[in-house]
Design a protein around this ligand. Structure first.
Ligand code: SF4
Ligand code: SF4
Length: 193
């Protein structure tokens, strides 16, 4: 039975009721997400405050409440392979407002980490890793920003690795330790050649 009416097709498809089988569930997934996120998704009573607070929800099919439910039900594959997993902006509005003191943002972050372990990650996230490795910034400064900063009476470059590039080495050391850059390079190469 379809519960939605008049939504775009992609959203309608996502909201269709479907049958779940016990074999779809992985209780271990619930446990691991709770361990990594250090929060309590099992306390969720599906009030929807998180989705109502989420700036991504009105612009996409992303529903944070649904992801929290997937964790509680142990629906690992369904959660990790849904591209919407990557639409959270990490604004923390849902975490601020959840009446059960759950941190849905951290639940999403935990699942992203687990997805990355399976090489499930959009290329633009990997390119952000590469940019951080090279410049210390996910979004490096550029000439347009420099001109705007000067107009505002600011220094062209902020007092970050842009002004102190000698600290980029420290950032690279951290990314190398976790093999983030190596994995990002490998996956980008596999996908883009
Ligand atoms: S706001 Fe909290 S309790 Fe309500 S649906 Fe979201 S995670 Fe669950
Ligand atoms: S942290 Fe993510 S899921 Fe939570 S409200 Fe912000 S964008 Fe939505």
């Amino acid at each position: 039975m379809v519960r939605s009416k008049g939504y775009p097709e992609a959203l309608e498809n996502k909201l269709i009721d479907r049958v779940l089988y016990d074999s779809d569930r992985s209780p271990e997934f619930t446990k691991v997400v709770e361990e990594i996120s250090r929060t309590i998704p099992h306390m969720c009573y599906q009030c929807g405050t998180c989705t109502a607070s989420c700036p991504s929800a009105p612009r996409s099919t992303y529903r944070i409440r649904k992801f929290v439910r997937r964790v509680v039900m142990g629906l690992e594959n369904e959660a990790l392979t849904d591209p919407d997993l990557w639409l959270c902006t990490t604004c923390y509005s849902c975490t601020d407002r959840c009446p059960r003191d759950i941190a849905p943002t951290d639940v999403i972050m935990a699942m992203r980490n687990l997805a990355f372990k399976r090489d499930i990650i959009p290329v633009n996230f990997l390119k952000t890793v590469q940019a951080i490795y090279t410049t210390g910034h996910g979004v490096p400064n550029n000439d347009v920003n420099r001109a705007a900063r000067k107009k505002l009476g600011l220094e062209a470059d902020p007092p970050t690795t842009h002004k102190f590039p000698q600290y980029i080495k420290g950032i690279q050391k951290i990314l190398d330790y976790y093999k983030l850059k190596a994995n990002a390079d490998r996956i980008v190469k596999e996908r883009e050649g």
